[in-house]
Write a protein that binds this ligand. Sequence first.
Ligand SMILES: Cc1ncc(C[n+]2csc(CCOP(=O)(O)OP(=O)(O)O)c2C)c(N)n1
Ligand SMILES: [Mg+2]
Length: 682
Amino acid sequence: MSAIASPTAAVVPTTCHEQAAAIQAVAHASMANAIRALAMDAVEQAKSGHPGLPMGAADVATVLFTKFLKFDPADPAWPDRDRFVLSAGHGSMLIYALLYLTGYPAMTIDQIKRFRQLGSITAGHPEYGHTPGIETTTGPLGQGLANAVGMAIAERHLAAEFGGIVDHKTYVLASDGDLMEGISQEAIALAGHLKLSRLIVLFDDNGISIDGALSLADSVDQVKRFEAAGWAASRVDGHDPQALAAALEKAQSADRPVLIACKTTIGFGAPTKAGKSSSHGSPLGADEIKGAREKLGWSHAPFEIPPDILAAWRKAGGRSKSAHADWTKRMTTLDAGKRSEFERRMKGDVPKLSEAIAAVKQSLAATPKEIATRTACEFALESLIPALPEMVGGSADLTGSNNTRTKSMKAISASDYSGRFIHYGVREHGMAAAMNGMALHGGIIPYSGTFLVFSDYCRPAIRLAALMGKRVIHIMTHDSIGLGEDGPTHQPVEHLAALRAIPNLLVFRPCDAVETAECWQLALEAKDRPSVLALTRQNLPQLSQNFLETNRCAAGAYEIAAADGKAEVSIFATGSEVAIAVEAKKMLAAKDIATRVVSAPCFELLLEAPETARRAVIGDANVKVGVEAAIRQGWDAIIGSDGVFVGMTSFGASAPYKDLYKHFGITPEAVADAALRKLGKA
Ligand SMILES: Cc1ncc(C[n+]2csc(CCOP(=O)(O)OP(=O)(O)O)c2C)c(N)n1
Ligand SMILES: [Mg+2]
């Protein structure tokens, strides 16, 4: 079809200059066609996958990887590599083809042949940690773009401290879907505001999504949109290697983030499906592939890359060897202290953590505090921030409410990236995804704040942090009806259960200032998973007043108040409800009912503990009562289906919090009554 004039089109060159250009054009086209062929063959063999994007974006990727991207296949974790994020993860065969062609040792042709099969490293969508060279897990559209903003922030922040050993760019390939997702607005607005000039987004502007032409659902002028957010934006023909190279060249020295909208044809080369959504997400079929081979002038067998083309690609893969060697040399000439500090941060070790936490706990033992756990969080941060310079905090416009900013913290700004606090603006989703990007970049432990009820706005990014196994820490305050007057829109009820449902996420709900410090320690020690700390707005008594070196929260749950004699009743509670449970215990004791109270700040740690330890904490009292100002879901794992639960069964209401606790029956009296009823003594 005429709409897809190929760069291979034979035009007889006349002058020397034209000849050289022609050779280069032919070489470029062959290299790009190698991507196209691998993509269509792998998808065909897997009988599933997305050939359209890799075929359409092959020219863009070829120019980027052969001329601009700084990377070394021999060392996919080289800290100063440019990051490449395939935000449109459905186009995974594009990156797998690139990893194979440029010579990442793990990405063999056999892996390409086993695209989407169990045990291969060529999963349906790119997965971080599963495949060397994949910088972030993508697939949920928009996330990769927002991760990249975090990566670009991390690069500038670390460069401000470590100078020239941190000097790289972040490139993104984003699709129409990426830019339609709401998260993209949050991400581009933040990037524009912070003038992240080393962030370069290549937009696969193919005008097609799954339902058909983009015009069915979208009429945004993306260039104007990005410009409005403070980006430099331009349009190029995404099949013209010279134009692409010129645009990328210009982007190298930009003073703001750059969007290059690359007009492409989805499924480029496919005789009947190019330019159509039918090439987006299913195998092309034997006839179409045969036609594409003819159209592209690609006569090689499936999965066969001719030696000269493979050699050209491998050469491209070796382009940054000298840059890598220079960097290694620069590292050796760096001040030894700075160098080891950089290496420590990139490894993510936290040697000074226990000391900092011990100091907090000692101080709390000396002067107990009846404060909200959000305030206790700030108290812990006053020790943690100086001890762990890799911590970069923030808030989604709730800094004063989340208590995530200590007195000494300077904010990051476009003119000074050395600060350690980020005003994310009212952008919870973009914030959570940017935090993932920072953690993925390495060298930073991001933490941030919003209200627990808005964890829903962060959830897709939190889920990906859990899937990727990255240490990001979400401080989520105002964690129940205990926030009071703001009412049910702001009172989380189902959020703890919903967060506990995410595998590999630690959900902490500390009951006092001591537990808050201990939960911080556990979150920071959890190198390979994210955490949420659910904290109160209202003051809570400090239940643990003696200094204990051990971190009792590490067990997930522990007996905070023992029974006098053999317990008839075990009351399990979290956060603000632990103090209520302790009062209920006293009421039951007055009736000669031996009762113990277990604080359960982290269900995940309890449930993954060895069976004997778990049984010992859960105990064998006849009556088990759970207390949490939230829904019951998840509690049966602790109290059993016969257990009694005192919590919420509806949304909350707007009133002073003490009235709400009475209104919803979450009081010491109600807990004691529930236990008595179950004992048949009410
Ligand atoms: C958050 C999210 N919603 C929906 C999808 C399913 N999905 C995958 S690709 C796509 C849109 C395809 O259009 P585009 O992004 O332009 O990619 P192209 O077809 O051009 O390759 C959709 C809706 C997804 N991956 N992520
Ligand atoms: Mg598209």
